[in-house]
Design a binder for this molecule. Structure first.
Ligand code: SAH
Length: 357
């Protein structure tokens, strides 16, 4: 590599080889300009169009409990936040949300919660079985944090198709600054390996601009994602929550978040890449811009309106006052306005990732 190599050259190389070295990534994150970002966005958008057309996959999220035993320093529903009014949906309520969502064309349901000990793997497995029995044409995605291998196995056998567990940061030391000492980076990474081994479609991911994140951290994240090859990548800006130790930390940069979406699309062309709620929170048209930068998934809220304001991971989260029906039609309009269409499909990842890992 000659000294004259520019970030633009590195973006070309990424598009061609689908990988960069740790040092190359670090240079990209230290030296990129808005022009480079737009260059990557254009390529990423084209790559998404080649792989998915103008179709956007939707997933309905049911935030079924905000009770959490963990104490992640960034998160609004952390255990030591005493200001949160805690709730737990009943099995019937969860199933109702899915039934309602089915009517709106959702064919994937994402069950997300804090790490609530009440919902043991057995109880969750029962819920997954009921959703799959009621809607055999739908995928169920779980996002309930760190469990043991046997628990993940039980849930897979119950019919869960996918699992979202952001790695949060590929840098062990950085992980230690975002989490209490009881939580370990090794354990989180082990969970991700186990989920992959069990045959889930797996989602990893990060918050962009989380406190203490450096260009080196982001470079490590890209190298990790490039080798782990998750089926899904969740990327949104870090947003502070007023009742957490990070309340005075700055928001993650919007443009950098878009840039990372584009880089992920170029590295893993078929990855399922949501334009996240956090991206829509930091800018009114953030999710549309995410799609135009290479994202191909949107995950609207299906939680009952009565609990939405209680699942506040960060301040000012959008769509907390709306009915699911409103969210669904709003989304349709937003996508149509930029020339995209919501697809009524499970929207699975179709590469046999394991064969090429
Ligand atoms: N308990 C589950 C779900 C966590 S919430 C788990 O541990 O996986 C889902 C994601 O929201 C987290 O992985 C984190 O990346 C993101 N998140 C949490 N707090 C946030 C904040 N303040 N700003 C932006 N994203 C946040």
């Amino acid at each position: 590599m000659t000294a004259a190599t520019t970030v633009r050259d590195l973006i070309d190389r990424l598009e061609e080889d689908r990988e960069l070295s740790l040092e190359q990534w670090e240079r990209v994150f230290k030296e990129w300009t808005e022009e480079d970002r737009l260059y990557a966005a254009e390529k990423a958008r084209r790559t998404a169009l080649e792989n998915f057309g103008n179709k956007i996959y939707i997933r309905g999220i049911v935030e079924f409990s905000n009770i959490c035993k963990n104490d992640c320093l960034y998160c609004g529903i952390r255990a030591s936040n005493k200001e949160v009014s805690r709730y737990r949906l009943t099995e019937e309520e969860i199933l109702q949300c899915c039934d309602e969502g089915y009517g709106y064309g959702f064919r994937t349901f994402v069950l997300q919660s804090g790490e609530d000990r009440y919902f043991t793997a057995e109880i969750l497995a029962g819920i997954v079985r009921k959703i799959k029995a009621a809607h055999p044409d739908c995928a169920v995605t779980l996002s309930v944090g760190e469990l043991g291998y046997d628990e993940y196995k039980l849930l897979k056998e119950a019919g869960a198709d996918r699992y979202l567990l952001r790695h949060e940061t590929a840098d062990k030391e950085h992980y230690g600054r975002l989490h209490p000492p009881q939580m370990s980076w090794e354990h989180r990474m082990r969970c991700l390996e186990q989920l992959m081994e069990l045959g889930y479609q797996v989602g990893a991911g990060i918050m962009v601009g989380s406190p203490y994140q450096t260009e080196r951290c982001l470079a490590e994240d890209m190298v990790f994602l490039g080798s782990f090859k998750p089926h899904m990548i969740g990327i949104g800006p870090f947003l502070p929550h007023k009742d957490t130790p990070f309340k005075d930390m700055p928001k993650g940069p919007y443009e950098l978040t878009l840039f990372l979406l584009s880089l992920c699309r170029l590295m893993l062309p078929r990855v399922l890449l949501p334009a996240t709620t956090a991206l829509g929170t930091i800018r009114p048209n953030g999710r549309e811009q995410g799609v135009l930068c290479g994202a191909n998934v949107i995950m609207p809220n299906l939680s009952p309106t009565a609990v939405r304001k209680k699942y506040m991971l960060y301040d000012n989260k959008i769509c907390t006052g709306d009915e699911s029906a409103q969210c669904r039609s709003c989304l349709e309009r937003r996508m149509a306005a930029i020339g995209y269409e919501v697809a009524i499909t499970r929207g699975d990842h179709h590469d046999k990732i394991c064969d090429i890992r």
